[in-house]
Design a protein around this ligand. Structure first.
Ligand SMILES: Nc1ncnc2c1ncn2[C@@H]1O[C@H](COP(=O)(O)OP(=O)(O)OP(=O)(O)O)[C@@H](O)[C@H]1O
Ligand SMILES: [Mg+2]
Length: 247
């Protein structure tokens, strides 16, 4: 079996004294695409933020690449130690007053591996191949991008850090179905680049169709886990979480 790029063990976390995540254990293997689904407020974003250190883990372990435990590390410590993980938040995921190019440059600056391998032009080429629309709008302020373009920029900036592992929090939120499809296509392309992806999605059916495995969160716990197919085929889960969000 491919190595575990993320192994979260028994994570508990929350805000202040309010516990949101109640002992979640989850793993992501190399080049896997794994989707987390679950109702609003079930802790999906909180869990992702806990992995990247934006919300401190109260207890548990978060082992990256089977060697480093990042539980307790702050986001900048994780990035500065060169752990090739990046995160695209659910909201405010671009710098609106900066141009497309400047947004991408910020990703490049956070690319800890660039000094050692590869020229800068390769990074740009990879982005433009995947997101040609960004190349056409390099000097445009991010605030003026359409919703779909903005999500592409957020993905592009994350890609500029040359990540092995990407955490994507609802990248298709607030997008029309046709634009959401475009984002899903890009996610498949990123997986083909060998990037391991942990995806949170409201468009559960659509996301599971392109995923290897999935986890269903309910009130900060895992209510079900399995292959994407097992979740899609599960009648009870279908009624509860998939029925109304077919996309
Ligand atoms: N900064 C915060 N301070 C206090 N409570 C918060 C904070 N952020 C989220 N919460 C609470 O934590 C719970 C889980 O929220 P979270 O955003 O993780 O859910 P989610 O599964 O991502 O939901 P959605 O599908 O709506 O994005 C909610 O009850 C929410 O109100
Ligand atoms: Mg969320």
């Amino acid at each position: 079996m491919p190595e575990k790029v993320i192994e979260a063990k028994n994570i508990e976390s929350g805000y202040g004294k309010l516990q949101i995540i109640h002992g979640i254990s989850l793993e992501l293997r190399k080049a896997e695409l794994v989707t987390i689904i679950g109702p609003n407020g079930s802790g999906k974003s909180t869990f992702i933020k806990t992995i990247i250190g934006l919300v401190p883990a109260w207890s548990g372990e978060i082992i990256i690449n089977e060697e480093v435990d990042v539980a307790g590390m702050r986001p900048f410590e994780i990035i500065n130690s060169g752990i090739p993980i990046n995160y695209v938040p659910q909201v405010s995921n671009v710098f609106p007053t900066l141009s497309v190019k400047e947004n991408l440059m910020l990703g490049l600056l956070a690319n800890k591996r660039r000094e050692n391998n590869g020229a800068e032009s390769d990074d740009w080429e990879r982005i433009f191949e995947l997101f040609p629309r960004l190349q056409e709008r390099l000097d445009q302020k991010a605030a003026l991008l359409s919703g779909g373009e903005r999500q592409m920029l957020a993905l592009g900036r994350a890609l500029m850090t040359d990540p092995d592992i990407l955490l994507l929090d609802e990248p298709t939120a607030a997008l029309a179905p046709v634009l959401a499809d475009e984002i899903f296509t890009k996610i498949i392309d990123m997986k083909k680049l060998g990037i391991s992806i942990l995806l949170v999605e409201q468009r559960a059916t659509r996301a599971l169709k392109i995923s290897d495995r999935g986890y269903v969160f309910v009130t900060g716990q895992i209510a079900f886990e399995g292959t994407a197919q097992q979740i899609l085929n599960n009648e009870r889960l279908g009624e509860l979480y998939l029925g109304r969000r077919v996309s």
